[in-house]
Design a protein around this ligand. Structure first.
Ligand SMILES: Cc1cc2nc3c(=O)[nH]c(=O)nc-3n(C[C@H](O)[C@H](O)[C@H](O)COP(=O)(O)OP(=O)(O)OC[C@H]3O[C@@H](n4cnc5c(N)ncnc54)[C@H](O)[C@@H]3O)c2cc1C
Length: 271
């Protein structure tokens, strides 16, 4: 079911009894091409883009709780690309651009609101650091403005400009930065992945003993991707069973992520 103004109108007329769940509750299949451990932002985004960009849809996301019950459902809020370092800036700018079309892309309201971000400065030294960062951003084509005290006051008149312990001297402003609603990020990606055929399997914890249940003894070796933040290490049983397997562990990063391999290439060959 596609969400639209029309579908809201139609459902309202039927007393809102016809809404379908946002994703299926599938039974796990015996074989998958890719298994992703962890239904947080990274796991679900990876599943979504595998299906959307690369046509890899025989994918399962295994989540020990419900989708978005990890960090992403609590913490992911600010979206921005106001970074200083060479490697960071284009990376987060790419990510911010993904956000700008994302809700339309996965047909879900993640409440993306580009209301801008102000990073205040309170001393000459801080102003210089912010100016440097702003210049770094602009060199990479990212929007950045250095505001003086009066410009900040016009944007946020409710701040304490007169009696603050650290007086406000100005701010680095990124207009396109903003907020998203944390759990909707997970649910949007989940819904988009499910619509493309990905199996989202909730309340399915991957444990070391999972190896003994036969999950991993599929005749075709699937790619196994751990997007579970808590997987700081690979459980010994899985390590044993997975010798030579294309398993990779993704550490937690704040980004809207997308697999970076080229179309048609084997995503697992380099991991
Ligand atoms: C205080 C704080 C503030 C933050 N603020 C921002 C912000 O403003 N903007 C921003 O972009 N980022 C922010 N972040 C970072 C962002 O929230 C995280 O980078 C992001 O949520 C990580 O997503 P994830 O998918 O890696 O992890 P998670 O969302 O934690 O997902 C991991 C999933 O794996 C599951 N799992 C774990 N073990 C297993 C297992 N054995 N089997 C099956 N499933 C398993 C968990 O249940 C969980 O659902 C913040 C983080 C913190 C801590």
């Amino acid at each position: 079911m596609r969400y639209s103004a029309y579908s809201i109108f139609k459902e309202a007329l039927s007393g809102n009894r016809m809404w379908k769940p946002a994703w299926r509750e599938p039974q796990p299949k015996p074989h998958y091409d890719v298994i992703i451990v962890g239904g947080g932002g990274h796991g679900l985004a990876t599943a979504y883009y595998l299906a959307k960009e690369f046509g890899i849809t025989n994918v399962a996301v295994l989540e020990k709780g419900y989708l978005g019950s990890g960090n992403v459902g609590r913490n992911t809020t600010i979206i921005r690309s106001n970074y200083l370092l060479e490697g960071n800036n284009p990376f987060y700018e790419f990510s911010l651009k993904l956000w700008e079309g994302l809700e339309r892309d996965f047909n879900y309201n993640a409440m993306v609101s580009q209301r801008g971000i102000l990073n205040l400065f309170h001393s000459d030294g801080q102003r210089d650091a912010h100016a440097r960062k702003g210049n770094g951003m602009r060199i990479h084509g990212v929007d950045a403005e250095l505001l003086d005290r009066e410009q900040v006051r016009r944007k946020a008149p409710y701040l304490n400009f007169d009696h603050a312990r650290f007086p406000i001297m100005g701010a680095l402003y990124q207009k396109r930065a903003g907020t998203v609603r944390h759990d909707a990020v997970a649910w949007g990606y989940g819904r988009g992945a499910d619509a493309r055929g990905v199996d989202l399997i909730q309340h399915c914890e991957v444990t070391a003993s999972a190896a003994k249940t036969g999950w991993w003894s599929a005749s075709r070796r699937p790619g196994v991707l751990s997007a579970a933040t808590s997987w700081r290490w690979r459980p010994p049983a899985i390590r044993r069973r997975s010798a030579g397997w294309p398993i990779s562990n993704c550490r937690s990063r704040r980004m809207s992520c997308r697999p970076s391999f080229r179309k048609g290439s084997n995503p697992w060959s380099t991991t």
